[in-house]
Ligand binder design. Structure first.
Ligand SMILES: Cc1cc2nc3c(=O)[nH]c(=O)nc-3n(C[C@H](O)[C@H](O)[C@H](O)COP(=O)(O)OP(=O)(O)OC[C@H]3O[C@@H](n4cnc5c(N)ncnc54)[C@H](O)[C@@H]3O)c2cc1C
Length: 511
């Protein structure tokens, strides 16, 4: 089977034309085409509106097409091998990485036990809404902690730059558990917070029916370690033994990181990024990205800039038609993030603008990065005196001034007007201002029509729990650090894939 890129349809052309265009592009006779179907579809609105397709095709004599620039071999993931083993792997954390490790292990016939410090999605929704409405935070269950992990109150974008056959496995699972089948062909698939919650609940119910065990509101507090091998975990309720412990804790469970450090489990500090959210009228983004054309889907953007002092500054987790949300996990701290519903129909667009924090910005101490992050969050709360995030017009940040915000931000808990020049340090201010001026050249009005909401601090882990090529800790046998917290993934899709890949290694080792 082959993948053929760059088959283009004009706005008024129907998909019936795809076959004719395909045959023409490949100089192929109809009798030599066995089958074709849409694999991906993207919109190109740079000039006229074009729908750009990737097709999956079966032809007689595939070999003669190899080497053409728009042709690739299609590789499907291998079905998960069934194995016979009585071992019950423990998974700490029910975010995308832990959940997809569980899905894969269950497909192999294993019965993992999953511990999640937060509540299940139904209880969690009530708890999170309480924070959004009344600013009452539960440090164990919030936007970052609870069933589904950090991406549950999100846009649930499933984009990644990683190319791997098991991405299709993950998409197939999302669809099987209730996501819109369109995510299979969308070039930038997203599920939306309203839909992902149902998908996660369906997943859990199915996994339980196949023997998996979920323990919600149960936090792993410590590890049972014997001669540099993990033998189980101690939670706030009981002790559980297993020779396989998958660590899928995300990047913010600081007490769990401290427990790892206490046992001498090998961790190192790594670079991360911090910044703020920007928010703009969605119409401004549409107008710029679609060049005045009218399209049903709200437009996205991805912007990046290399500052004069060699720092990457980039937009991240852009949420078209979305909301900037409070995502604190600790009391008296402020941290923002973004979320959209499946329809992406809010009138505002938001995105994080993040700047790389280099190792040279930090002390040698392993905890230095974590303290840097927490310091920003605590200072923001101290300035605001509440969970109201700090906000300023981008124009005022660049050119000076402190005028009323040009529009009401979507942030549920309100904002405190503050000159963000006084919040970030000089290096960051310089890099951000350079980048914003560059972004304004790409999206006209980015500075004049936008506001900043700060800080955004939890986009990546300041730690890496070092592991070998088979996902096992380099210091402790039986411990498998995965996902964003372990420092090996960033985002829902890459974290889910990390979970799948780790589980595949475990399945291989047990078979
Ligand atoms: C508001 C928001 C919106 C986002 N939007 C997107 C998006 O649209 N697209 C995208 O790709 N990415 C998005 N992200 C990032 C994405 O959610 C993360 O990259 C992803 O969730 C990481 O997955 P993970 O499994 O590694 O960790 P997490 O999702 O962080 O899950 C870790 C889980 O472990 C639990 N845990 C931690 N320690 C313990 C312990 N000791 N005992 C028991 N349980 C424990 C936590 O409670 C948590 O539920 C968003 C993040 C946020 C916060």
């Amino acid at each position: 089977m082959l993948l053929i890129d760059e088959i283009k349809l004009k706005e008024h052309e129907s998909e019936d034309k795809l076959k004719t265009k395909l045959l023409k592009k490949l100089h192929l006779k109809e009798k030599d085409l066995i089958s074709y179907k849409v694999d991906k579809c993207a919109i190109d609105a740079r000039d006229e509106i074009l729908y750009v397709y990737r097709l999956k095709i079966e032809v007689i004599d595939e070999d003669r097409f190899y080497g053409l620039p728009y042709v690739r071999r299609y590789e499907r993931y291998k079905d998960i091998k069934k194995i016979k083993s009585t071992i019950r792997p423990i998974i700490i954390g029910d975010g995308p990485s832990g959940l997809f490790a569980a899905v894969t292990l269950v497909d192999a016939g294993l019965k993992p036990i999953i511990f999640e410090k937060g509540q299940d999605v139904d209880g969690r929704q009530i708890t999170v809404r309480k924070f959004f409405k009344e600013a009452i935070l539960d440090p164990s269950c919030n936007v970052q902690f609870g069933e589904g992990g950090a991406g549950t109150f999100s846009d649930a974008k499933l984009t990644t730059r990683i190319k791997d056959p098991y991405i299709e496995y993950i998409i197939d699972k999302f669809i099987a558990y209730g996501a819109d089948p369109k995510i299979a062909i969308a070039s930038h698939p997203h599920i939306g917070t309203d839909k992902i919650i149902d998908v996660i609940r369906n997943m859990r119910e199915d996994l339980i029916s196949k023997g998996a065990q979920f323990h919600f509101s149960e936090e792993v507090k410590d590890f049972i370690v014997k001669q540099d091998a993990i033998k189980g975990v101690i939670t706030d309720k009981d002790t559980y033994y297993s020779d396989i412990v998958i660590l899928a804790i995300g990047h913010s469970a600081i007490d769990t990181f401290k427990a790892l450090i206490k046992h001498g489990i090998y961790l190192e500090a790594k670079e991360f990024a911090v910044g703020f959210r920007v928010e703009h009228p969605q119409t401004l983004i549409d107008h710029n990205q679609y060049h005045g054309h009218k399209l049903k889907e709200p437009a996205e953007y991805f912007l990046r800039h290399r500052s004069q002092d060699e720092r990457g500054v980039y937009s991240f987790c852009m949420c078209p038609g979305g909301f900037v949300i409070p995502s604190s996990a600790k009391e008296k701290t402020i941290c923002t993030n973004g979320m959209s519903y499946s329809k992406r129909d809010n009138h505002l667009a938001n995105s994080a603008i993040l700047c790389q924090i280099k190792m040279s910005d930090l002390d040698d101490d392993l905890m230095s990065g974590y303290h840097y992050i927490e310091d920003l969050e605590k200072r923001a709360y101290a300035i605001s005196g509440s969970y109201r995030a700090l906000a300023q017009n981008i124009k005022d940040y660049i050119y000076g001034g402190s005028h009323d915000l040009i529009f009401e931000p979507s942030y549920f808990l309100g904002t405190t007007l503050y000159e963000l020049d006084h919040f970030f340090d000089e290096k960051l201010n310089k890099a951000f201002k350079e980048a914003l001026l560059a972004f304004d050249k790409k999206i006209e009005g980015f500075i004049d029509k936008g506001i900043m909401i700060a800080p955004e601090t939890r986009s990546s882990s300041p730690f890496r729990v070092k592991r070998d090529a088979r996902h096992q800790s380099i210091s402790h046998l039986g411990l498998y650090p995965i996902g964003e917290g372990a420092g090996y993934a960033g985002g829902i899709m890459s974290s889910s894939l990390d979970g799948v890949k780790c589980a595949l290694d475990i399945i291989e080792d047990l078979s």
